[in-house]
Design a protein around this ligand. Structure first.
Ligand code: ZN
Length: 287
């Protein structure tokens, strides 16, 4: 059964570790992440961007697939199914489809409008027992057409959004989606510390986890980050393993063209990446 992310993140914040949000794109992705979470006895958040939701034939298809897998694979660790960077409409659709968690990305609205829309969603999520993530200060890079400049959030704005009753808060601290450029200045721990001071017990979310050096991840967790989003890294490991399989000509030998064989190395590569992240984030054996 899907659960809200509230309890797992409250525990993570108290225990000074972080729960990974791993974005899914298809059946292989979902299976790899769920099996690894179970093997690591770790709570997990499955992230779905609006683009990936469309690709997987809509949110209802996603909910059906994930619920089916939890049952058929005997997954007993806490699993939240979460809309990543949702629009207001996207949030409504996911609430209806049976997601257990949503992110409303109102970072591109003026703060007043972000507050108004977030408040409405707070009410609905409370009724449904769902968790809600809000964002302040847009996160750099590009994700499914959502482009941000990597700014740092204003800690007072973070407090005003946190006070609305959201479950977790994504604050821009110089992080970006996708690969980090050579001249990236690193995370702003000063901003993170200021946000943490203003928002207290609120679990903080770090987007754009791919390519942030390990020491920075650990420091961010020590400063209140309890949820870390990983997306690009699984895509890169899947692509590299699939490339190696094809370049070795394995699809041309025997039944190597069978999709269950062709996609297996990539699926195993995702598992390895997810396991590595769960170990780094400290969520192993925290289910
Ligand atoms: Zn993000």
């Amino acid at each position: 059964m899907l659960v809200s992310a509230k309890e797992m993140l409250t525990k993570a914040k108290q225990g000074k570790y972080a729960v990974g949000q791993f974005n899914i794109n298809n059946l292989e992705w979902t299976k790899a992440i769920l099996l690894t979470a179970q093997e690591c006895n770790s709570p997990v958040i499955l992230g779905v961007s609006e683009g990936a939701g469309k690709y997987m034939c809509g949110y209802k298809t996603v909910v059906g697939m994930v619920n089916g897998m939890i049952e058929e694979l005997g997954i007993t660790v806490p699993v939240a199914l979460h809309l990543d960077h949702g629009s207001y409409d996207g949030c409504m659709k996911c609430i209806e489809a049976g997601f257990s968690s949503i992110m409303f990305d109102g970072s591109h609205y003026p703060i007043d409008e972000n507050v108004a829309k977030t408040s409405e969603l707070v009410k609905i999520c409370a009724e449904k027992g769902m968790s809600l993530e809000a964002e302040v200060g847009s996160i750099g890079g590009e994700e499914d057409g959502v482009v941000g400049a990597g700014e740092c959030a204003d800690p007072d704005e973070c407090k005003s959004i946190a006070d609305l009753g959201v479950t977790m808060l994504a604050a821009g601290i110089g992080n970006i989606h996708g690969k980090y450029p050579e001249n990236w200045k690193g995370l702003s721990f000063e901003t993170l510390a200021a946000v943490q001071e203003k928002t207290g017990e609120m679990p903080l979310v770090l987007h754009g986890g791919t390519g942030i050096p390990e020491e920075m991840i650990k420091k961010a967790i020590s400063l209140g980050v309890a949820k870390i989003n990983v997306n690009t890294e699984c895509q890169l490991s899947f692509a590299a393993a699939t490339r190696a399989y094809i370049e070795a000509g394995k699809d041309l030998s025997g039944k190597g063209f069978d999709p269950r064989k062709l996609l297996a190395p990539g699926t195993e590569a995702i598992k390895a990446t997810v396991k590595e992240k769960m170990e780094l984030f400290g969520s192993v054996n925290k289910a």
